[in-house]
Design a protein around this ligand. Structure first.
Ligand SMILES: Cc1ncc(COP(=O)(O)O)c(C=O)c1O
Length: 389
């Protein structure tokens, strides 16, 4: 968390009062809450009333997707690109298993961008049966930025609402909900911990004209969309982080891009066979994201070896019962299971420095050599591993 957000959080925790109470302490808490809402709204270019605080990005995505789906009943079809975050994947699949939804996966190209023609064709088969379209603003694994406005414009022609999961884009690329709303976006999810705010608070930015059925019922707070006593301290800390992220976005974007380019150039020089996944054009991917497939080794082996050298990276793949699964994002982009096996996501953030990139590049050749030997041993016939290891 940002030190300023921690300080604001700690201070706000000692404020007594439920923002729904009429007495003066309650009204003081309400003032703090509404000021926080204004700041979060400013960070995404929305009106304050459009900001519905949630318990994080996952809840916001659930509310956006299920809420729109239920409000549009009995329309059964949900259109969604392949390679989405699990908050979306599992939500639409749950609706398919439990609530008659027909989930239609839209193809993405080799860079991870949704196919607009496929979207158009899918809608035109029967526009009246589509409940909603949902997509990432930027892919959290490979960093590819989606053509959100174009998607919204296609859906808007048929009055179909669009939900955008902007959790991984928030704070890294500008978000202007007023413009997106005009283009046809109804709801957009963000999360505080991605920008230096606390874990456990996020927001669904919901246009005034969008109808959603709430997930949570109770006291009717927040336009009856999300009941429950509101967490003033978390909202205050979220607002501090949001203001900071937006103020520093142009400079930070530039700084991260240059660090990322240094990282990508270094990795490509040290491991010439490494393939950069996703869009390599300057505006096509998140500024702090580099995602590679390293041939001949497991991403998990590289991850552990780099971790031992003090460098934290991730594979981005789900690990179920200890069995590493190939990335569903790379699979959606048409990559083979072999290419997915050696995938590694290397992300840079606010506290990343040129020295950090240097540390990664120093540790990488040794880690790659060791991971490749382990990869060779894994593929060798039984009994050969002792000689190869
Ligand atoms: C793209 C995306 N959507 C949703 C989420 C879930 O957000 P939260 O961790 O706040 O529940 C994440 C978190 O990593 C994410 O990257």
């Amino acid at each position: 968390m940002l030190p300023a957000a921690i300080a604001a959080y700690a201070q706000a925790l000692s404020v007594v009062g439920n923002p729904a109470s009429i007495h003066s302490q309650g009204q003081n808490a309400k003032r703090m809450l509404e000021e926080a809402r204004e700041k979060v709204a400013a960070s995404v270019g929305s009106d304050p009333i459009e900001v519905v605080f949630t318990g994080g990005g996952t809840e916001a995505v659930n509310l956006g997707i299920k809420g729109l789906y239920w409000a549009r009943a009995p329309r059964p079809r949900i259109l969604v690109p392949g390679g989405e975050h699990h908050a979306t994947l599992d939500t639409v699949e749950w609706l398919g298993d439990h609530d008659n939804a027909i989930v239609e996966w839209l193809p993405v190209d080799e860079l991870g961008r949704v196919d607009l023609n496929a979207l158009r064709t899918s809608i035109e088969v029967d526009p009246a049966s589509v409940a909603l379209v949902t997509l990432l603003a930027a892919n959290n694994e490979v960093g590819t930025i989606q053509p959100v406005k174009e998607v919204a414009a296609i859906a808007a022609r048929h009055g179909i609402p669009v939900h955008v999961d902007a959790v991984s884009a928030y704070g890294h690329v500008p978000i202007d909900f007023a413009l997106l709303r005009k283009a046809g976006v109804s709801a957009l999810s963000v999360s505080a911990h991605k920008i230096g705010g606390p874990v456990g608070i996020g927001a669904l930015v919901l246009s005034r004209t969008a109808n959603v059925v709430p997930l949570i019922h109770g006291g009717g707070q927040q336009r009856q969309v999300r009941s429950g006593t509101q967490d003033v301290a978390a909202a205050v800390a979220f607002a501090v982080a949001a203001t900071d992220a937006v103020q520093n976005l142009p400079d930070e974007n530039e700084r991260l891009r240059s660090l990322r380019d240094q990282l990508v150039a270094g990795v490509s020089r040290l491991v010439p066979g490494a393939v950069l996944n996703g869009d390599s054009s300057p505006d096509g991917r998140l500024p702090g994201n580099a995602h590679f497939s390293f041939p001949g080794c497991e991403g998990d082996s590289l991850l552990f070896l780099l971790d031992a050298a003090g460098v934290c990276v991730s594979t981005g793949s789900a690990c179920q019962a200890g069995i590493p699964e190939p990335s569903h994002v790379l699979a959606a982009m048409g990559r083979s299971a072999g290419e997915s096996r050696g995938a590694l996501r290397i992300t840079l953030g606010r506290t990343s420095s040129s020295e950090d990139v240097g540390a990664l590049l120093e540790a990488l050749p040794g880690a790659y050599a060791q991971a490749s030997r382990a990869g060779l041993a894994d593929r060798a016939p039984r009994g050969a591993s002792a000689t190869l290891a």
